[in-house]
Write a protein that binds this ligand. Structure first.
Ligand code: ADP
Ligand code: MG
Length: 469
């Protein structure tokens, strides 16, 4: 019996699902449709160009392996890029190549308020926040690329809405503004508006008082790219949510772009109507994580004004110690420059230390995987390098697994980062190690004592506040 494209792709999906995390699977693989199978060539359909590029850039190895597994050597994967046609969903799809160029002249004037009919709206963007000075790293790659794609094609990508989420100080407001600025560069007549949820709420309250709510809604419905910052503050505000719901629907239906930021992923937002949350999930939710050490260094370099530089060890010291918040990183840079100018001191490691001690809150003190490796290596009298080596000697394997277990519980690093820190192992090895340690603790009392002893040492280091390596 001959295979159909549907069966083949289904089996590919099962294999892919086992090999990547559920979120990535949902974002990048669920939307794919299999179109046809011609001997060894399977054609799949993806929603847009960006999607295709993302798959090619990030999943090409996995895709190749999967398709070969199903169709044998010489297997080929072809892509067909189509975009959903929002306006005419009955008619299904439309070829990407036939898509007309985005034309700025199509954009209608958003103002319907009498008297200011022809005014151009003030986008309220912070112009210093640009895509170019938003440093790229693994921590923000998806959000940044999606943002870039949107600014080239507002309302016409699959990322509508785009929700950028992440902890405080990781660049949500920067990136959101950057998208607006880039879009305006590309399409100067586009009506773009940046608004914080706080301000949006106040506008609603005001307009209700003045009996101008319908004007306000109409104004919002005329915007082409609406950026709403910090939507977690919609929580508990029923009236604001209701009005936002209507604006959102209107904009989305007419193919206008919505970008939002939040301190949590949409599904974790509390006090917000389910119907609104489900709409937030229509497009793409992309997170901003803490930047990796190298990215922090690059951000630091980008924040130094021309003509100012710090010695290498000072830069590294700062980036090592300020890891969780880019705003704090900037704060340290500014204080350091101020301290050195005001007191006429050279920028030295010592000065950096004192600035950081004063600046960085004690919660910033945290262990790194390296601290943990050192601790474990000392405890077992092993050279640190052994922990990342390939050796399968039992006592080293155990020490390595224990280090991963401690790293998982006491650092903020992701499983992937932890694995990478142990000689390039992958996240599944870390999961396996943690499980082994837990199992051993249940069965071996001596081993449990060892783990507890190490936990005590970890705690001592943390209590000391600042960790010096
Ligand atoms: P959030 O809105 O997530 O709290 P912000 O957007 O206000 O964070 O970012 C805090 C500061 O950190 C800003 O000054 C911003 O320019 C800077 N920043 C954050 N991430 C980056 C990055 N990747 N590249 C350059 N600057 C960044
Ligand atoms: Mg912000």
């Amino acid at each position: 019996m001959s295979k159909t494209h549907g069966d083949v792709w289904q089996r590919c999906l099962e294999y892919i699902r086992m090999n990547i995390n559920p979120n990535s699977f949902k974002t990048w693989f669920e939307p794919i449709k299999a179109i046809s199978l011609n001997e060894k060539s399977l054609t799949i359909q993806v929603p847009n160009q960006f999607f295709f590029e993302w798959l090619e850039e990030n999943y090409v190895t996995l895709l190749k392996k999967t398709i070969k597994r199903e169709l044998g050597p010489g297997a080929k994967l072809e892509y067909q890029i189509v975009v959903e046609n929002h306006k005419d969903t009955m008619n299904g799809i439309q070829q990407f190549t036939q898509k007309e160029e985005y034309s700025a002249s199509d954009i209608k004037n958003p103002f319907v308020i009498p008297g200011i009919k022809s005014a151009k709206i003030e986008p309220q963007l912070n112009e210093t926040y640009r895509i170019e000075n938003f440093i790229e790293g693994d921590c923000n790659k998806l959000a940044r690329s999606a943002g870039k794609a949107i600014s080239k094609n507002p309302g016409k990508t699959a990322f509508n809405p785009l929700v950028i989420y992440g902890d405080v100080g990781l660049g949500k407001t920067h990136l959101a503004n950057a998208i607006g600025n880039s879009a305006l560069e590309e399409f100067p007549n586009l009506s773009v508006l940046y608004v914080t949820t706080e301000r949006f709420t106040n506008q609603i309250v005001d307009s209700i008082k003045k009996n101008e709510l319908s004007e306000l809604t109409q104004f919002y419905q005329g915007i082409d790219l609406l950026i709403v910052d910090d939507i977690q503050f919609l929580s508990g505000r029923t009236k604001t949510q209701e009005i936002f719901f209507n604006i959102f629907n209107q904009l989305h239906q007419s193919g206008k772009q919505i970008v939002m930021t939040s301190d949590k992923p949409p599904k974790m937002l509390e006090g917000i109507q389910v119907r609104l949350i489900s709409r937030f999930k229509w497009g793409l939710s992309a997170d901003l994580q803490e930047p990796e050490f190298e990215t922090r260094l690059a951000i630091l370099a980008s924040k130094l004004e021309e003509g100012i530089d710090f010695p290498k060890e000072v830069k590294e010291y700062i980036c090592y110690n300020v890891s969780q918040n880019v705003r704090e990183l900037e704060g340290v840079i500014v204080s350091l420059i101020a301290q050195s100018t005001l007191n006429n001191k050279v920028i030295s490691l010592e000065l950096a230390q004192s600035v950081i001690d004063n600046y960085v809150t004690s919660t910033e003190a945290q262990l790194t995987v390296d601290n943990i490796k050192k601790l474990v290596a000392e405890h077992f009298s092993l050279p640190i390098e052994k922990l990342q080596s390939k050796t399968r000697k039992r006592e080293i394997v155990i020490a390595r697994q224990l280090s991963m277990y401690l790293a998982k519980n006491h650092t903020k690093d992701s499983l992937k980062q932890i694995g990478a820190n142990f000689g390039g192992r992958d996240h599944s090895t870390v999961i396996y190690s943690c499980k082994t340690v837990k199992d051993l603790m249940d069965t071996d009392l001596l081993f449990r004592d060892t783990v507890q002893e190490l936990e005590r040492k970890v705690q001592m280091q943390l209590n000391r506040g600042k960790i010096v390596v």
